[in-house]
Design a protein around this ligand. Structure first.
Ligand code: SF4
Length: 349
């Protein structure tokens, strides 16, 4: 099926559609290197991304959000599930060669601006490389295009002759953003793009991403562990726990009335400058369990203040709750277990 480069997405026509995305890693051991277990890094993740939308993917370290981002980008191949970009075939079933035109439309910004840029290449070569690979520009046209991209991300044209180590962290992340923009993508997966930066620089990079989204009609998947950063930039938020999405909804609704006990605890842990607004905190107990041996039923049950009968036996499914289009995977709201999906249960203690 030909790729519709000029197609303008509508609200009914998602830019990206992810269904049942799953990624397991085999753990091998012993003399013969036999498979001894499976790390279930990402399990059955589904969502759609709209045009010019930012979906925040949030959770603690080890919850699978980075693996989900890489799997949907096909940087690591999913174990199961489908990824469709506009009206593309399932990207997970395409060969690397068949993927090439789609890679142009979906780019990634990496977490660490120190290691994601080749230290032996000049900035001009780093940004221009993709222009050559995708046969977009060469020679003077390529140099001009690199200069335009540097200007667009707030760097001087002279940067193209210098090497990454000559730049600060924030400037390197701008170079990473210019590299991602070079091929004019529709979707950018930004994996913790500001977490390695000073707070003052973080807001500059976030503002840059927001401006680029407006000017270039971009859609973002913004992966972060910091809820306050996600809350700033996202239109919708998906909360992940041990490889699964446990709550998803519009940012304002999810921040004002979170349903899942894990979301409530994450939000309660965000520092609030005004002591009158701190309230009572739902403290997260313990650490995230190993995805090698996830707890039965609801994976959050060993840490949940409100676990009850079915929680350690039955896996809760995402279901609609409230009136703002949120979905949540928690038995507290399942009428089959006596729950009420209309209002969030308070789990503060
Ligand atoms: Fe807690 Fe049970 Fe809901 Fe899981 S399903 S979050 S253990 S109440």
């Amino acid at each position: 099926m030909p790729f519709m480069i000029d197609m303008l997405p509508s609200a009914d026509n998602p830019v990206l559609k992810v269904e049942g995305l799953t990624r397991h890693f085999a753990v091998r051991g012993g003399l013969l290197g036999r498979v001894q277990g499976l790390v279930r890094a990402v399990e059955d993740v589904s969502f759609e991304l709209g045009p010019r939308e930012t979906l925040g993917l949030v959770g603690e370290s080890g919850c699978g959000k980075t693996t989900a981002g890489r799997a949907l980008m096909q940087l690591i191949r999913p174990t199961a599930g489908s990824v469709h970009l506009f009206d593309s075939p399932n990207l997970s079933e395409l060969s690397n060669r068949q993927l090439l035109p789609y890679r142009r439309r979906m780019q990634m910004i990496f977490q660490d601006p120190y290691s994601s840029l080749n230290p032996r290449m000049t900035v001009g070569s780093i940004i221009g490389e993709a222009l050559t690979i995708h046969k977009i520009a060469r020679g003077k046209a390529r140099t001009d295009r690199v200069a335009e991209l540097l200007d667009e991300v707030g760097l001087s044209t002279s940067a193209m002759r210098r090497f990454p180590h000559e730049f600060s962290g924030g400037q390197r992340q701008r170079i990473g953003i210019a590299r991602a923009l070079a091929v004019e993508p529709s979707v950018i997966v930004a994996d913790e793009p500001v977490s390695a930066l000073d707070v003052s620089i973080q807001s500059q990079v976030i503002n840059l991403l927001e401006r680029l989204q407006r000017e270039r009609q971009l859609s973002f998947i913004f992966i972060a562990h910091d809820l306050s950063v996600v809350g700033h930039i996202s239109h919708r938020v998906a909360v992940m726990y041990l490889g699964r999405i446990v709550e998803m909804g519009a940012k304002i609704a999810l921040f004002e009335a979170p349903f899942h006990p894990y979301t409530q605890a994450l939000l309660a842990a965000v520092p609030k400058p005004d002591p009158r607004k701190r309230g009572t905190r739902a403290i997260l107990q313990g650490d995230v369990p190993s995805p090698l041996n996830p707890p039965s039923g609801c994976a959050f049950h060993p840490r949940c203040l409100h676990r009850f009968g079915p929680c350690d036996k039955i896996l809760p499914k995402l279901m609609p709750v409230g009136t703002s289009g949120q979905t949540v995977a928690c038995h507290l709201y399942d009428p089959n277990h006596g729950g009420n999906p209309a209002t969030p249960v308070s789990v503060t203690s």
